[in-house]
Design a protein around this ligand. Structure first.
Ligand SMILES: *[C@@H]1O[C@H](CO)[C@@H](O)[C@H](O)[C@H]1NC(C)=O
Ligand SMILES: *[C@@H]1O[C@H](CO)[C@@H](O)[C@H](O)[C@H]1NC(C)=O
Ligand SMILES: *[C@@H]1O[C@H](CO)[C@@H](O)[C@H](O)[C@H]1NC(C)=O
Ligand SMILES: *[C@@H]1O[C@H](CO)[C@@H](O)[C@H](O)[C@H]1NC(C)=O
Length: 353
């Protein structure tokens, strides 16, 4: 599981280690010129500017720590995920946590669970993006609103799939009008669905645009352009979740994303002790799934395709893939989806493979 060779090669790649036999935990940045060069590339690539030389020096030390952390992740990775320089490489762990979205992950809700198992084709792969059902990747900014983004994308996708009506709905309305009115301090997708039910729908995002901060709830927000009938929790069973994704549409899910700061691409599979499935702290949207077939010696296995709300510059153009079937990082803990009328009454939708 743990590969010292990978760790060594990775540290060398970033100039954090040379070939001399140093003790395994020394992690000395030896080729600082190389690392500084990589930092300069990072600043250019992600358009980073720092106000003072002190700030720049501080960010460089954080960057070096993060490169080391990404090497440790790489050495313990069980899937095909690649870790390294990302747009979050100059953030400390606690700064990065501001990108999460659940305020009190230790207080799970009482679940109502009623979703019926649907009949329909069981396909080996499904990608609602190919149907044009998934709206653009968004950036939550400096607000823990992932729960609202995931829930709104879920509703937008269901309106595309079951009514053929494209919608860009107001995430800000959900953030502002949530019951406890601390929308930028985190929430759950069911808070969002309950808010949509209470308001009898959502207006579009042009009329109530995203500001990335808590505001007071606007009373006359404009006409609702989409609504839902209910929402439902799914069983903590990844086969069942896949069936619902294929036959109804995307599903929101919670998961533990501490390792995702350094994620670049590939299929994430973490050892469960390195990514506790209990400590879920972020909300995302499952938009499909697939399977890598076994070829000589290469990695194979099933995966989820998931939309995040950290912008298009993160991961696989704003998406990531995660191992499916082992509750990786808690993905099966709280799957939940909105219910729209046609999804119940019409034939199962067909998800493009
Ligand atoms: C690092 O780069 C500087 C100039 O940018 C050079 O003077 C110095 O010799 C270099 N150091 C090493 C160890 O390559
Ligand atoms: C780069 O950042 C600066 C300052 O934050 C901003 O004014 C500029 O528009 C950005 N450029 C690009 C290409 O993103
Ligand atoms: C939704 O927003 C996207 C841009 O993000 C735009 O291309 C699309 O036309 C919009 N759709 C509707 C129905 O307004
Ligand atoms: C929805 O409305 C009910 C009754 O007015 C209220 O008790 C509940 O807190 C509201 N929920 C949200 C999420 O706004």
């Amino acid at each position: 599981m743990w590969s010292a060779t990978t760790l060594h090669a990775c540290l060398m790649l970033w100039g954090l280690w040379d070939s001399a036999p140093y003790p395994a935990n020394s992690f000395l940045p030896l080729d600082l010129n190389l690392t500084a060069h990589i930092f300069q590339d990072f600043m250019t690539q992600f358009n980073k500017t720092y106000r003072t030389q002190e700030e720049r020096d501080y960010r460089f030390t954080v960057f070096v720590q993060n490169l080391k952390a990404s090497c440790v992740l790489q050495a313990s990775e069980l899937g095909t995920a690649q870790y390294g320089v990302t747009l979050f490489s100059d953030l400390t762990e606690s700064e990065f946590e501001k990108m999460f979205g659940i305020q009190h992950p230790s207080h799970p809700p009482t679940l109502k669970q009623s979703v019926k198992l649907l009949k329909g084709a069981k396909s080996v792969s499904c990608d609602w993006r190919k149907f044009g059902a998934i709206t653009a990747v968004k950036h939550q900014g400096n607000c823990k609103s992932c729960w609202a983004f995931a829930a709104v994308s879920n509703i937008e996708a269901l309106w595309n799939i079951h009514f053929g009506l494209p919608r860009n709905l107001s995430v800000q309305e959900v953030v502002d009008c949530m019951r406890c009115a601390h929308g930028c301090e985190g929430g759950y997708p069911w808070d969002a669905f309950q808010t949509v039910l209470n308001r009898s729908g959502l207006t579009n995002d042009k009329q109530y645009p995203y500001m990335g901060k808590q505001q007071s709830c606007r009373k006359n927000q404009g006409k609702a352009v989409a609504w839902i009938q209910d929402y439902e929790f799914l069983p903590k069973d990844e086969k069942y979740i896949a069936h619902v994704v294929a036959s109804r549409g995307p599903v929101t899910a919670l998961l533990n994303v501490k390792a995702f700061q350094h994620y670049r691409k590939g299929i994430i599979r973490r050892p469960s002790q390195a990514c506790s499935p209990e400590n879920v702290d972020h909300v995302v949207l499952i938009v499909g799934y697939g399977e890598v077939k076994s070829r000589r010696g290469s990695w194979s296995g099933p995966y989820w395709i998931i939309q995040n709300s950290w912008g298009k510059n993160w991961g696989e153009e704003g998406y990531f893939r995660l191992h499916r079937g082992t509750n990786t990082c808690g993905i099966a803990k709280y799957p939940v989806t909105a219910i729209v009328r046609n999804a119940e009454t019409r034939l199962p939708a067909l998800c493009p493979p």
